[in-house]
Design a protein around this ligand. Structure first.
Ligand code: AMP
Length: 225
């Protein structure tokens, strides 16, 4: 475990492994992983006003409006556990969210350390998402073909039941990828211009990708092209 302060964004379309890598990074650096998708899903399950407001967007694969999303991240980043750093998974996803995050960092005299873009080609992303199963309790991901559990439909780690995420059907996956291309991918050049972008190959096993991310965090930012 490291005691270093670290403020990191994980960028990339759904299915590239941001959640898996985010959880490992959070454990290694003892800072929270803040995944806006998880926050929305939990709010939907608990039927809070925010969950009810987000539901139709999440279920259809569209982005939740910026004001709702920015408000929730602002509140989460003010938490005492996020003062030494955080891993943002799934935020920002629009130019307005990126600008709001910059303002928030400025206001709290904090600085982002890096934005890691995890790169995986689209056909592989679709394959990963449409075969994905998650433990309903601990959220450990599995895959029907490439990472099945030892006992069908049961989590190896905690014995929980494996479920399919409601937005992992093929049609919704395609909408989510289109939303990424249109609204989120412009952030790649935004963060490159800010001198924060580091691109990591997301193919291969979880440990290999994790090692690439750790070395990207430690290496100086590549010169702005
Ligand atoms: P994820 O778990 O990151 O794939 O997110 C699941 C869904 O939550 C997305 O398809 C959106 O509907 C919603 N969502 C998550 N993060 C954001 C965000 N930063 N802005 C808007 N919508 C989001």
């Amino acid at each position: 475990m490291s005691t270093r302060e670290l403020r990191l964004i994980l960028l990339g379309p759904p299915g590239v492994g941001k959640g898996t890598q985010g959880r490992k990074l959070a454990q290694t650096f003892a800072i929270p992983e803040i995944a806006t998708g998880d926050i929305f899903r939990n709010a939907m399950k608990a039927r809070t006003p925010m969950g009810l407001a987000a539901k139709s967007y999440v279920d259809s694969g569209n982005l939740v409006p910026d004001d709702v999303t920015i408000g929730l991240v602002e509140e989460r980043l003010a938490g005492s556990d996020a003062q030494r750093g955080f891993i943002l998974d799934g935020f920002p996803r629009t130019a307005a969210q990126a600008t709001a995050l910059d303002a928030l960092m400025h206001k709290s005299s904090q600085r982002l350390d890096a934005v890691i873009e995890i790169n995986v080609q689209s056909p592989e992303v679709v394959r990963r998402l449409t075969g994905r199963r998650l433990c309903a309790i601990c959220q450990t991901p599995y895959h029907n073909d490439s990472a099945p559990p030892a006992v069908p439909d049961v989590c190896d780690r905690c014995g929980g039941v494996l479920v399919v995420r409601s937005d992992d059907d093929e049609a919704t996956v395609l909408t989510r990828l289109a939303e990424y291309e249109r609204k989120t991918s412009p952030l790649i050049s935004y963060y490159r211009a800010a001198g924060l972008l580091k691109v990591v190959d997301g193919n291969g096993d979880v440990e290999a990708v994790f090692r690439r991310i750790l070395s990207a965090i430690q290496s100086p930012v590549s010169p702005v092209a």
